[in-house]
Design a protein around this ligand. Structure first.
Ligand SMILES: *[C@@H]1O[C@H](CO)[C@@H](O)[C@H](O)[C@H]1NC(C)=O
Ligand SMILES: *[C@@H]1O[C@H](CO)[C@@H](O)[C@H](O)[C@H]1NC(C)=O
Ligand SMILES: *[C@@H]1O[C@H](CO)[C@@H](O)[C@H](O)[C@H]1NC(C)=O
Ligand SMILES: *[C@@H]1O[C@H](CO)[C@@H](O)[C@H](O)[C@H]1NC(C)=O
Ligand SMILES: [Zn+2]
Length: 965
């Protein structure tokens, strides 16, 4: 799955200053919380004889097999025949949208047993000759009679108790008929709705990851339970049905008086249930192919979006990216087709269903007339991420969810390589530092972080699985794999990957299998010397949480490492098998020249080449290829700062950003003075590049969160006004007075920074510019002349400066937007108003799916909380509506972890801490589901913020006052 949402586009300080926030790259599968309404609900029903299974109301062990969340190893599926019939109109008798289905699963008995456990959730099973199931023996085996069968609600099983035993080595067929709700809950087989030309349209679509295939049909719903799937979809005439394989037969027929079409698909390859997809819609498509290959490539979307050409960018990049991956993995694309489809309602960013990838509209559809370069980059990287999974994840799959980090971290890392192959001028392989590495560090520096790799036995319940879809899994996973690939070198990494994929195709692995293949590739590479095995080095990065700060003393050449904690007083109670020590690969430069890389393997060491004299300077972690922070003796810091203010280009651009990010974070951790961090922003007066500006922007964003309600605010604004004015004027010049757009991708990003920071700090001429553009648009709504790159910032600035008229206009444009990326920009900007009642009304819209889609509700609330005026309104709103948000919006639609993080980011006072604690107590009983960890992190952050503000406020006020003069 791709990250849920992406709002790092130019929204750091810029957004903050204007009133709304975003900043960090956001994650996630919208969190999934399944309320376990029923405990041990045994329903011994059907059948002539009903033997009530022993209900274990006591906590006695051993428990019954159906009380474990994991399947026993007695049965393994071979193939399924599934027929599903979604109804796209409301069922008259139930008042629900429903689907009906039949499924036959052929399974092999591995160990003799008289019990069948198969996942099944929220399905009503039809009785077949008195039983919920029909069991048939194959190849001469005799099927024992069914004594009873029932649905075990808590563990989501259909349990079948047999009179005799299934014989090891024999195969059987289990048949079921069932009916389920085609709900709008974004999970399993669900429905999405939209309006086209005034007509309401319904799409039946699916999201199976992680544990929702069982909501579509009874199945052995674990990733290692791979099987072949024969899928048939029955659908209304005139609609099109899609699934993982190519369609092989389409016939019109009549069933129960209904005129329908029946589409049968080629059998899939051996695959996991979480990668299945079933879609019925009246969508249109465009077609292409991979060069020199007869793989069919199609892009699907709403008819209008296709007619307006919004699918072409995706189509243009898909072929080349697939070709890139075929070369990179040295393995051809495993399937006969690649469909990609944009859905109006979708909880994550995208989902890598094998052969039928599903996307949010914003992650697939591109309109040159209204999409920004950030939208384009997002589309390219998400497509690249999903295509990478077609091999890594789908062809070879993790054995269990505890290794999710490998799947997602890997796809996140290589997505930058794939995107780079399609858009080589963008330099995205550097941007990964801002988008993944820095974001991962900010979470992983907390004592409440967690190791990348979890123990298999610790990840059991669906809520535990969904909690894994977080920043650590995606971004830290990407960062450490990037580090691994860097020290092995990319060709060695790719070679190991290729033998790994070929060895384990169509089956499952654990992360040690990848280490083994990378080790083999390393061993067969002359001249590649590692200080330890891949396993030894990497396990330190994945089995213990956190990362080190490496301190280099250039006066002596001594180096040490220690666990970096954002709050040095926080208590680390999680034990580490490596005592929080790492094997650190360190590339470094001295006076601008590359030096032999150094491996730090102990707590302290001395590396004499790092000893310097005179004006020599040392800079470690070049390209930020390692996942660690660097601190220096004050002499070296001073020399680096002097260099930045005299000849900043002597330091590579990534490392200019790194110096800023390291300094600010070291200051947060009280390792260096806050004024040292602030001094790293002085050179911005002369900086024109995006990465350093964006990093400073993000880090100063924290200062704004802490101080935008205090007397530090004024001098801070004045300082930034002074720093950004040359940048603003630079862009004014190179864009010929804002009439052109800069050539370079990152310059386009920095133009947005220039305008947003300038406008929000009151640089002369800025607000007039944005409000003028916005007024022009209000005068001719059908003709929006604001350049797509600038829209979000301009909308936000103008709405912040305006009132109800601007807001209502933007709301109307939001509802009428013909492409989701435009709607998203407006959705963000609407949170920028400073008028409290408008913000409150907007908050209430979040509970009305007709106004704000469920998939967008969390983000909207978080945007509002980012606005200094909206902060307390959003907090009150969430507390007041918690039960409703938690229970009714709790499905795949709302990421609670995101919500908690977003509404508590500013918390820095005793009063806010008390409120948070009270909120936690009040809701302790029902718990926080997949946001449990986020709640702990919010507490930890709030306490750290309080301390930080108390210790630093005075110095910061003085520094800004002096330096803004
Ligand atoms: C599944 O369907 C395929 C194709 O329709 C058929 O050949 C096969 O016999 C069926 N298998 C089972 C177990 O019903
Ligand atoms: C399943 O059965 C329950 C209980 O009879 C009923 O409330 C529910 O609406 C049914 N669901 C569907 C999709 O038919
Ligand atoms: C089935 O019916 C639809 C609509 O009535 C028609 O467009 C289509 O061509 C028919 N397909 C076949 C295979 O006959
Ligand atoms: C897709 O590629 C074609 C041919 O290179 C090009 O003309 C077109 O502008 C591209 N479309 C988009 C949206 O990138
Ligand atoms: Zn993914």
């Amino acid at each position: 799955m791709a990250k849920g949402f992406y709002i790092s586009k130019n929204m750091g300080l810029a957004g903050l200053l204007m009133g709304a926030v975003a900043g960090v790259v956001i994650i996630a599968l919208a969190a999934v919380y399944d309320k376990e309404k029923t405990k041990n609900q045994n329903k011994p029903v059907d059948g002539v004889t009903t033997v009530s299974p022993t209900t274990s109301s006591t906590l006695s062990t051993p428990k019954n097999p159906w009380e474990y969340y994991r399947l026993p190893d007695s049965l393994s599926p071979v193939s399924y025949n599934i027929t599903l019939w979604p109804r796209l109109v409301v069922n008259a008798s139930t008042g629900l949208y429903i689907f009906t289905g039949q499924s036959d699963v052929v399974f092999r008995c591995e160990k003799e047993t008289d019990l069948i456990l198969i996942h099944c959730n929220k399905l009503n099973l039809t009785l077949l000759s008195g039983h919920r199931v029909r069991l048939t023996g194959l190849d001469g085996a005799t099927a024992p009679n069914v004594i009873s069968s029932w649905l075990q609600v808590k563990t989501e099983y259909l349990v079948i108790q047999l009179k005799g035993k299934l014989a090891a080595g024999k195969s059987y067929r289990l048949s079921t008929d069932f009916q389920g709700e085609l709900a709008d809950d974004l999970k399993g087989f669900y429905r999405s709705e939209y309006t086209e030309d005034g007509v309401k349209k319904v799409v039946a679509t699916s999201q199976m990851q992680a544990t929702f295939a069982r909501k579509a049909f009874p199945c052995f719903d674990e990733p290692a339970m791979k099987a072949v799937f024969h899928v048939t979809l029955i659908h209304q005439r005139g609609t099109v049905a899609l699934s993982n394989g190519r369609d092989v037969e389409t016939v019109n027929t009549t069933i129960d008086g209904a005129e329908v079409t029946k589409t049968r698909f080629e059998p899939t390859k051996r695959m996991s249930t979480y990668l299945l997809a079933f879609i019925v819609s009246d969508f249109a498509h465009i077609t292409g192919s991979i060069e020199n290959n007869n793989v069919l490539v199609r892009i699907w979307a709403r008819r209008k979006a296709i007619a307006e050409g919004h699918g072409y960018y995706a189509l243009n990049v898909t072929g080349p990216m697939l070709q890139f991956y075929e070369g990179y993995y040295n393995a051809s694309y495993p399937l006969s087709k690649s469909d990609q489809i944009a859905l109006p309602d979708f909880s994550a960013g995208a989902m890598e269903n094998w052969g039928l990838i599903t996307y949010r509209e914003t992650a697939l559809l591109f309109n040159p007339a209204s999409s920004s370069n950030g939208d384009k980059e997002w589309i390219a990287t998400v497509i690249s991420h999903e295509l990478a999974h077609m091999w890594f994840g789908n062809l070879v799959t993790m054995k269990w969810w505890n290794d999710l980090w490998l799947n997602e971290g890997f796809a996140s890392y290589v997505s930058y390589l794939g995107a780079d192959s399609a858009e080589p001028t963008w330099n995205v392989t550097d941007l990964i530092v801002l988008k993944e590495v820095h974001g991962a560090m900010s979470v992983d520096a907390l004592a409440s972080s967690h190791p990348l790799s979890a123990k298999e036995e610790d990840i059991v319940r669906p809520a535990q699985i969904s909690e894994l879809f977080d920043t650590i899994t995606y971004s830290k996973g990407a960062a450490v794999l990037r580090m691994l690939s860097d020290f092995l070198t990319e060709p060695v990494f790719a070679r190991g990957l290729s033998t790994y994929l070929n060895t384990f195709q169509y089956s499952n692995t654990v992360y040690q299998d990848l280490w083994k293949h990378l080790q083999m590739a390393a061993d067969s590479t002359p001249g590649l010397e590692l200080p330890a095995s891949v396993d030894d080095i990497m396990n330190r990065w994945i089995l213990q949480m956190g990362f080190p700060v490496v301190t280099i003393d250039t006066a002596t050449g001594s180096i040490n490492q220690r666990h970096f904690l954002l709050d040095p007083d926080s208590v680390v109670d999680r034990p580490s098998p490596f005592n929080y020590e790492w094997i650190v690969p360190m590339k470094w430069i001295k006076n601008g020249n590359d030096q032999t890389p150094y491996w730090l393997q102990t707590e302290t060491a001395t590396h004499l080449p790092m000893k310097t004299s005179g004006s020599d300077w040392v800079l470690a972690n070049t390209k930020v290829s390692g996942f660690f922070r660097v601190n220096y003796d004050s002499g070296n810091w001073d020399r680096l700062l002097t260099l930045l203010s005299t000849d900043h280009e002597a330091i590579p651009v990534i490392n200019r950003a790194q110096i800023v990010d390291d300094a600010f974070n070291l200051a947060r951790a009280r390792t260096v003075n806050t004024t040292l961090a602030l001094r790293t922003t002085l050179f911005l007066q002369r900086e024109r590049e995006y990465m350093p500006w964006q990093t400073a922007n993000k880090n100063l964003g924290y200062f704004f969160l802490m101080f935008d309600r205090s007397d530090v605010y004024g001098p801070m604004q004045a300082y930034l006004n002074k720093q950004v004015t040359p940048l603003f004027n630079h862009f004014k010049t190179i864009t010929a007075d804002w009439t052109k757009i800069p050539e370079k991708h990152t310059d386009q990003y920095n133009q947005v920074n220039a305008i947003s920071i300038a406008c929000s700090t009151g640089v002369a001429g800025c607000e007039e510019l944005t409000t003028g553009w916005f007024k022009d648009w209000m005068n001719t709504p059908e003709n929006n002349m604001i350049h797509p790159n600038l829209r979000q910032t301009v909308y936000c600035s103008a709405i912040a400066a305006g009132g109800m008229e601007e807001w209502d206009f933007a709301w109307r444009m939001y509802k009428e937007a013909s492409i989701a990326s435009e709607a998203d920009k407006l959705m963000y900007a609407l949170a920028c108003t400073r008028v409290p009642w408008l913000l409150n009304r907007y908050l209430n819209y979040c509970l009305d799916p007709e106004k704000i889609r469920k998939q967008d509700a969390t983000f909207t609330i978080v945007y509002i909380a980012g606005n200094v005026v909206g902060q307390s309104l959003a907090w009150d709103f969430v507390r007041t509506n918690w039960d409703h948000l938690f229970n009714d919006y709790g499905g795949g639609s709302l990421s609670f972890a995101r919500l908690i993080e977003g509404i508590t980011r500013r918390f820095s006072s005793e009063f806010e801490l008390k409120q948070l604690q009270q909120f936690i107590e009040e809701n302790a009983e029902q718990g926080f589901g997949s946001a449990t960890l986020a709640v702990d992190q919010a507490l930890e952050r709030t306490k750290a913020n309080m301390k930080w503000v108390a210790e630093n406020k005075k110095d910061i006020l003085t520094w800004f006052t002096v330096n803004s003069a």
